[in-house]
Design a protein around this ligand. Structure first.
Ligand SMILES: Cc1ncc(C[n+]2csc(CCOP(=O)(O)OP(=O)(O)O)c2C)c(N)n1
Ligand SMILES: CC(=O)[C@@H](O)[C@H](O)COP(=O)(O)O
Ligand SMILES: [Mg+2]
Length: 637
């Protein structure tokens, strides 16, 4: 059979295909996505679920002119294949390759950059308002999943759009799944719309019935006048209708013909329209259909079995967090686990299994998660909000205003602190130290390895105020785990290596790199002292001032932006204590967004490796020699 996909260079090429051909094309697209993601890793199940929907969208709308905004954007692979990126598809999420998310720099067909959820309706409304102000004519379509619909921003936007009556189309891709099964009252409502024939058929049936009466049309008008009272009984999607949207659906999201018809109707309606599309996550690949959570975002896997390739070796920080929290919660029945729709990603699913009553998945609602945690802490509980560093960005004000201002004992388990790799700039957790450090009352710690993580968690849940524990994506260092967890003294770092030539002060996963660098430097005759800072806040001022005051050449190392980061805290300390004769060099990330690619590649690019540290030290060679000479002169008296 000849390949249809091979001849799709732009969505225009879809226009002449028959329905049958579109259906065959859907099969080819699935195959291409499965085979590619099996090698690159990526968001498999979400994309397999939207193949027909994407084809229908591109058949009805012209994405070079009309604007299609993919919420989160993790389901945009089909769109990428249809919009001129087929040849580069094998480079998906690879360093230098195409992104796993929509990116306007990549294509004019990518209307808006996404990665964090629930932004699409706001962006669509903004574009539609701009269009209307300019007197232009094109459609603006937000495609949002049922999980993303649980995010507050989606409702803020719908509330506004319904009020303005602006022409926008919201396609609700309802597969009953967030990453895990979707939660919340809205999810229940959508299920009723899906399954209760009274909801989905009532309106059509009444209209049909009335047409059969001799004065059916007149009666229809009467019914129209009675609409307000009647619609509660018969209009599906009443919630959306009340918000000012015309509700269309539900429609089978794997039926291309039905969707084309419904999208054409949606385009003709004036004012905001909601098209409710029912899809199956993972559609067409059995392992993903059976286990959509596992295949939501997946690493390389074997296509024939669906077995995900195991990395082996040390446990991940996430696993250690999950297990440790279970241990801690066995000792303390006040510990509560909170996730914003990421039970498996954060490792909180282990806690959920053991303590279902003390576990809360709030949906994609980080702001609510944080303030809810504040409420529980106020009432005497010890909530642990496990939220990826990048997603806590959303809840900055809640951390500040609701938790820290009241000095409440909430622990933030900040997973994915640092460079996350393949997801790229939307997901790197490299801003958290900066957005938390200046908030009074908060304690910020970051473990040098997975063993220290368990001690830090024990310390955090026993502390009387807010604590953020920041740890990276991926495997630990591979150190043995202590049987007993200890509480670490707040604000105390540790000296891991003595040396007089240079002082390396590192935080988190950069500590092991600093140690490796120090060992290698020693071979070259440079003796570096290494401090594991442990705390970004409070800093171990005594320790740092003592060592920095003696050694004089200081290098700070962090996997975080330099601006406002850990190194900045050290510089501020030296400035505040009048240490003008100490030279400081900070290693970290510059003022730019870091692209996607394997963590190792990115770390090497930014000097966040032992080799990078050595290079920086050697560039300081002259200064090191000078310091040595001065010390020798001083020693001679
Ligand atoms: C603010 C924010 N929080 C959490 C996430 C992580 N996340 C990505 S996709 C997803 C589930 C989205 O569910 P849905 O919108 O229904 O899409 P589906 O994967 O089911 O197609 C979550 C929780 C995110 N991207 N942004
Ligand atoms: C799209 C999204 O936000 C998540 O699916 C994210 O990609 C998960 O990242 P991890 O793979 O690090 O859990
Ligand atoms: Mg979903």
């Amino acid at each position: 059979m000849t390949s249809l996909l091979k001849n799709i260079y732009s969505p225009q090429d879809l226009q002449n295909l028959s329905l049958k051909q579109l259906e065959s094309l859907a099969g080819e697209i699935r195959e291409r996505i499965i085979n590619t993601v099996a090698v690159t890793g990526g968001h498999l199940a979400p994309n397999l679920g939207v193949v027909e929907l994407t084809l229908a969208l591109h058949r009805v709308f012209n994405s070079a002119v009309d604007r299609i905004i993919w919420d989160v954007g993790h389901q945009s692979y089909v769109h990428k294949l249809l919009t001129g990126r087929q040849a580069r598809f094998a480079t998906l999420r690879q360093y230098g390759g195409i992104s796993g998310f929509p990116k306007p720099e990549e294509s004019i067909h990518d209307a808006f950059a996404t990665g964090h959820s629930s932004t699409s309706i706001s962006a669509a409304l903004g574009m539609a308002l701009a269009r209307d102000l300019n007197g232009e004519q094109y459609s603006v379509v937000a495609v949002i999943g049922d999980g993303s619909m649980t995010g507050g921003m989606a409702f803020e936007a719908m509330n506004h759009a319904g009020h303005l009556k602006t022409n926008i189309i919201v396609v609700l891709n309802d597969n009953e799944m967030s990453i895990a099964p979707n939660v919340g009252a809205l999810s229940g409502y959508l299920s009723r719309l899906r399954t209760d024939p009274k909801y989905s058929k009532g309106k059509d049936e009444i209209a049909e019935l009335l047409q059969k009466f001799p004065h059916g049309n007149k009666l229809l008008k009467v019914v129209d006048r009675l609409k307000d009272s009647l619609k509660y009984l018969v209009v599906p999607g009443m919630l959306f209708e009340e918000l000012g949207f015309t509700y269309l659906g539900p429609v089978d999201g794997h039926d291309i013909k039905a969707m084309i018809t419904m999208l054409q109707q949606a385009r003709a309606v004036s004012g905001p329209v909601m098209v409710h599309v029912l899809t199956r996550k993972g559609k067409g690949y059995q392992p993903a259909e059976e286990n959509p959570d596992r295949f939501h975002g997946v690493g390389p896997f074997d296509v024939s079995t669906g077995a995900v390739k195991k990395s082996g070796g040390a446990p991940s920080y996430t696993e250690v967090f999950g297990k440790t929290l279970v241990k801690l919660a066995k000792e303390d029945n006040k510990i509560i686990g909170i996730t914003a729709a990421m039970p498996s990603g954060t490792g909180l699913n282990a806690f959920a299994r053991e303590f279902p009553k003390r576990y809360f998945d709030v949906g994609i609602a980080e702001q609510h998660a944080v303030t809810m945690a504040a409420g529980m802490a106020m009432a005497g509980y010890r909530p642990v909000a496990a939220i990826y560093s990048t997603f806590l960005q959303r809840a900055y004000d809640q951390v500040l205003h609701d938790v820290c201002l009241q000095n409440l004992p909430v622990t933030f388990a900040l997973d994915r602190g640092g460079l996350v790799g393949d997801d790229g700039p939307t997901h790197h957790g490299v801003f958290d130290i900066a957005y938390l450090r200046h908030i009074p009352n908060i304690v910020i710690m970051s473990p040098k390895d997975e063993n220290e993580l368990q001690h830090m968690l024990k310390t955090a849940v026993n502390h009387s105020g807010p604590v953020a524990v920041r740890y990276p994506r991926g495997q630990g260092v591979g150190v043995p785990m202590d049987e007993e967890m200890q509480r670490l003294p707040i604000g105390k770092g540790e000296v891991l290596r003595e040396g007089n030539d240079i002082l390396l002060i590192a935080i988190g996963n950069m500590v092991s790199e600093a140690m490796k660098a120090a060992e290698k430097l020693s071979v070259q005759g440079i003796e570096a002292a290494v401090i594991n800072a442990r705390y970004v806040k409070p800093l171990d001022e005594e320790l740092i001032l003592d060592y920095a005051g003696r050694i004089k050449n200081v290098i700070t190392i962090e996997e975080h932006v330099l601006m406002g980061g850990f190194g900045s805290a050290v510089v501020e300390l030296l400035e505040a204590t009048g240490q003008t004769d100490i030279k400081v060099k900070r290693i970290g990330l510059p003022d730019e967004f870091v692209e996607h690619g394997k963590q190792d590649i990115l770390r090497a690019n930014y000097g966040l490796t032992a080799e990078g540290i050595i290079e920086t030290v050697l560039a300081w060679g002259k200064d090191v020699k000078k310091v040595r000479k001065l010390k020798a002169i001083r020693a001679r008296g």
